[in-house]
Design a protein around this ligand. Structure first.
Ligand code: BMP
Length: 222
């Protein structure tokens, strides 16, 4: 079974080796999340190539959409043929924004992932104080998944309590301070890990170390 990990690719230079490292990583990780730095540096061609080489991995375009519905739909339409899921912020609200994106994403057969809370300290300045509204919005829109912080496991527990069915994807492991496995133990489905895997001299070894810890938590949860 694959590790409950999604590897974040946020490289600013599009090296030849990136595709091959990402493909090898995808053999053990559940998914790959391609961020805006990589989309700008490599272009959509990388998504197309990843789609071909990482067929059984969840491929996520981390566009962090936050605009009026029309622009979010246009932006997502550019990646819809290559990826399984797109990520959008929740703070733009439903009417005229996420309702339109959600409808299009469903029609295209993609998964929508909404940011429920973030991993950096500043997330408490806005996201966490809007928590009840975010939960209502997520209940209403029924996305496939939400992003919640591995750095604050109590937020993950709370989201899991309110939204038992949604997939919880948790960033903040390693470089941002959370220990591998913390988020899975708190109820997340996947941990999102970037620099401590792809920035390591031996990405596959780093993947195994983080992945084993996350898998142990999954096993202990039963
Ligand atoms: P790293 O493991 O290198 O810190 O990367 C974390 C990844 O998760 C980045 O791609 C970042 O965009 C993403 N992320 C995050 O760190 N915090 C959030 O709250 C939401 C994210 O998507």
């Amino acid at each position: 079974m694959k590790y409950p990990l999604i590897v974040a690719i946020d490289e600013t230079s599009c090296s030849k080796g990136l595709l091959s490292v990402a493909s090898r990583v995808s053999e053990s990780a559940s998914g790959l999340k391609v961020g805006v730095p990589t989309l700008i540096s490599c272009g959509l061609g990388l998504l197309r190539d990843l789609r071909a080489s990482a067929r059984d991995s969840l491929l996520i375009a981390d566009l962090k959409l936050a605009d009026i519905g029309d622009v979010m739909v246009r932006t997502a339409s550019l990646v819809k043929d290559y990826v399984d899921a797109v990520i959008a912020h929740t703070f733009v609200g439903r009417a005229g924004a996420l309702d339109e994106l959600s409808e299009s994403v469903r029609r295209w057969g993609l998964k929508l992932i909404l940011v429920a809370s973030m991993s950096h300290p500043g997330s408490t300045e806005f996201y966490d104080s809007a928590f009840d509204g975010v939960i209502r919005l997520v209940r209403d829109l029924e996305p496939w998944g939400v992003v919640a912080p591995a750095t604050r496991p109590h937020v993950i527990r709370s989201i899991r309590g309110f939204l038992p069915k949604v997939k919880v994807l948790a960033p903040g492991v390693g470089a941002q301070g959370a220990e591998p496995g913390d988020a899975i133990c708190a109820g997340a489905d996947y941990e999102i890990v970037g620099r401590s895997i792809l920035g390591s001299p031996d990405p596959l070894k780093a993947l195994d170390e983080v992945g084993e810890a996350a898998s142990r938590c999954l096993t202990s949860r039963g």
